[in-house]
Design a protein around this ligand. Structure first.
Ligand SMILES: NC(=O)C1=CN([C@@H]2O[C@H](COP(=O)(O)OP(=O)(O)OC[C@H]3O[C@@H](n4cnc5c(N)ncnc54)[C@H](OP(=O)(O)O)[C@@H]3O)[C@@H](O)[C@H]2O)C=CC1
Ligand SMILES: O=C1O[C@H](COP(=O)(O)O)[C@@H](O)[C@H](O)[C@H]1O
Length: 618
């Protein structure tokens, strides 16, 4: 959803928004609008008091919502599902519409959005620093247009790309440079906290964007790409990044052609590779070996996991290793269990049915995201912050992880439900577009994992990941043991677990780190209260957090691999999960059905109970 909005929140201030599309996206959209409207991104909200508030009211929850917006408390007109009005808008006002699948977000915004005429590329000259060429392969795709180009622009805009940079899009479509510029320009967003020269910088960025049409299976067009890069690089030192945002079937042939035809001869060449990194241990090894065989060494390959680029994930290690109070507690002596929750309150995103049905939730969210976070959470202190040192420690954790069997997991699949007002039906997983009608693919998994090493022996690591659940949250919850011989036990009543300390890192939405503690209520007597020491990012920090793709692409430019999966690390994640995946597939295990918008299968509760733990998010 954020991508749809970001199309519109471009160098302008929104004064009215209209949404239409399946109900499954409504809550997420609403949250995104409200969250974004609290940040300075909208221009009108430079100071916190100047809020743009949007309220959504369901008209027909399956197709349209009325949205009324207020700017600094002044109410604009209510926006209907057909027309948009701009209330007391400043003189220039334009309407922008973003459509992805059957989701549609339209907005009326102020400021002149028309780009000034784009001058020719005349200031890209070899400078003193090496030239940087970045090519996005699969440039017309969803990921490239919604994430990669906007992230590249954000980096350029905030001065993190060198002046002598050129950005190429490559795909089979027959587009001109100008076509690609038009395709991506709608999605480029300036940060309003330093929004000066937004239009100017956008134009300058777009001048540096080029398109090369070509197929992936022969190297001829990649040679043309190479020639065009050479022309701009002007023969001086030049580094190259190739972002492979192509369907998995094309990955190895693209890598092989790039290696033969388009590697830099005068600097380094780096490859960014997107998931899925295979389906199991064997197919993943085929990809890894295929990349090596194509001529790329491990230190040139950056396997991206966008969750690792989120601020709170980086903060996990900062919190632990830079504060004396946490590290001594980070072990089996004090921690009762750790819970990793990845819960989405929407189903399958438009266009992702086939991909998800092949992958399932264990590959989609556990292999690629949650095992990474567990490894970062549980690793020993690394020798340094260097990528190799950090990844060495992560690999050790993964090697110590016990292979889960089917007894350790509960699988679920969401079924149809009705909307909150009871007026319409929300489709179940089997009715999603491009999903097999008799699919057993799980959309939910709860699992108990153990790390058999001296630090974590016996501590359950709980994992819960799913789609179509009651709420959207990604969080890490560290549950501490009870205070031994608690002096205040009489006042807490019988459930001392309920008042044990808990440290929560909420990765999204609304990033926060909070610690649940017990304290005395002010006043006479001795009444105890459970409360929170709360670091809520939005209250503490002004400005907008960069998107994770920005952070990760910048790391690639800097050659910093600590947030990317190394080949041996990736292989270990598959070693852990492949036996389980095979067991599920061989036994044709049917997932437990759960109602869309609910808490997931009841089996998850019993699984927790078997291991003497209660899910913290229930
Ligand atoms: N979208 C997302 O949010 C995420 C995507 N990924 C991964 O990133 C990669 C790109 O994803 P996404 O952009 O969604 O993918 P798309 O399906 O949108 O494909 C990207 C581009 O590849 C070309 N293409 C599509 N099908 C074929 C084909 N059969 N043979 C050759 N070229 C084809 C198309 O360009 P053209 O027709 O112009 O050649 C298309 O624009 C995939 O590996 C995906 O798994 C990973 C995480 C998230
Ligand atoms: O990689 C994936 O991530 C998305 C969630 O993305 P985010 O931007 O909300 O962090 C998830 O929906 C998708 O299934 C998965 O492939």
């Amino acid at each position: 959803m954020a991508y749809a909005l970001s199309n519109i929140v471009t160098r302008s201030s929104i004064c009215a928004v209209e949404l239409s599309g399946p109900e499954v996206y409504r809550r997420h959209a609403e949250e995104t609008i409200v969250r974004r409207s609290q940040t300075p991104r909208f221009g009108l909200a430079k100071k916190k008091k100047q809020k743009l508030g949007c309220k959504l009211q369901a008209r027909n929850p399956r197709s349209s919502w009325d949205v009324s917006c207020s700017v600094n408390g002044g109410q604009t007109d209510t926006v209907g599902s057909r027309g948009l009005s701009c209330g007391s808008a400043p003189p220039t006002c334009y309407r922008s519409v973003s459509e992805r699948g059957d989701l549609r977000v339209a907005a009326v915004a102020v400021q002149d959005p028309i780009l000034s005429p784009r001058p020719n590329l005349d200031d890209v000259r070899p400078g003193t620093a090496p030239f940087l060429s970045i090519a996005v392969l699969g440039a017309t795709g969803d990921l490239a247009t919604t994430k990669i180009f906007p992230a590249l622009f954000a980096l350029y805009y905030s001065g993190h790309l060198p002046e002598n940079v050129a950005i190429f899009g490559y795909s089979r479509s027959s587009l001109s440079d100008e076509d690609l510029r038009n395709l991506i320009s709608e999605r480029l967003t300036c940060r309003v906290d330093h929004a000066e020269e937004c239009g100017d910088k956008t134009d300058k960025f777009l001048q540096r964007v080029f398109f090369q049409s070509g197929i992936y299976s022969t190297c001829e067009h990649m040679q043309t790409l190479d020639s065009r890069m050479l022309e701009l690089e002007g023969g001086g030192p030049a580094n190259r990044i190739f972002y492979l945002s192509v369907p998995k079937e094309c990955l190895l042939e693209v890598a092989s052609c790039l290696s033969r035809s388009a590697k830099s001869r005068t600097g380094w060449t780096r490859l960014i590779v997107e998931k899925p990194f295979g389906n199991d241990a064997e197919s993943s090894a085929t990809i890894t070996n295929g990349l090596y065989k194509a001529g790329f060494s491990e230190n040139q390959i950056f396997r991206i996991d966008h969750l690792l680029g989120k601020d709170l994930i980086e903060n996990l290690t900062v919190l632990r290793f830079s504060n004396l109070v946490f590290e001594p507690l980070w072990c089996r002596t004090y921690i009762k269990n750790v819970q990793f929750i990845y819960s989405e309150d929407w189903g399958i995103c438009p266009g992702k049915g086939r991909y998800f049905d092949e992958q399932g939730v264990i590959r989609d969210l556990v292999q690629s995201h949650l095992l990474q976070i567990i490894a970062l959470f549980a690793m020993e202190p690394p020798v340094s912050l260097d990528g190799e040192d950090i990844r060495n420690e992560k690999v050790k954790v993964l090697r110590s992880m016990r292979r889960p069997t089917f007894q350790d997991v509960v699988l679920g699949q969401y079924k149809a439900s009705v909307s909150k007002d009871g007026k319409s039906k929300v489709p179940g997983y089997l009715e999603e577009h491009d999903v097999r009608h008799d699919s057993r693919t799980p959309t939910f998994v709860a699992a108990i994992l153990y790390i058999d090493n001296s630090r974590w022996d016996g501590v359950p690591f709980l994992v819960k990941a799913g789609k179509g659940l009651i709420k959207h949250t990604v969080e890490i919850r560290i549950q501490f043991k009870q205070v031994p011989g608690n002096l205040y036990r009489e006042r807490f009543g019988s459930n001392l677990d309920a008042v044990a300390n808990e440290l929560v890192l909420r990765v999204q939405p609304d990033e926060a780190i909070y610690l649940k503690i017990n304290n005395k209520l002010p006043g006479l007597g001795l009444q105890l209260d459970s409360s929170e020491l709360n670091l809520l990012y939005r209250d503490k920090y002004e400005g907008e957090n960069p998107d994770s793709y920005e952070r990760l692409i910048l790391d690639v430019i800097d050659g910093d691999a600590h947030l990317f999966l190394r080949g041996d690390e990736l292989a270990q994640t598959w070693e852990i999960l492949t036996p389980l995946l095979e067991e599920i597939e061989n036994e044709k295990v049917a997932p437990e059905l759960y109602t869309y918008g609910g808490r997931g299968p009841i089996g998850a509760y019993y699984l927790g109970a078997q291991h003497n733990v209660k899910w913290a998010d229930d």
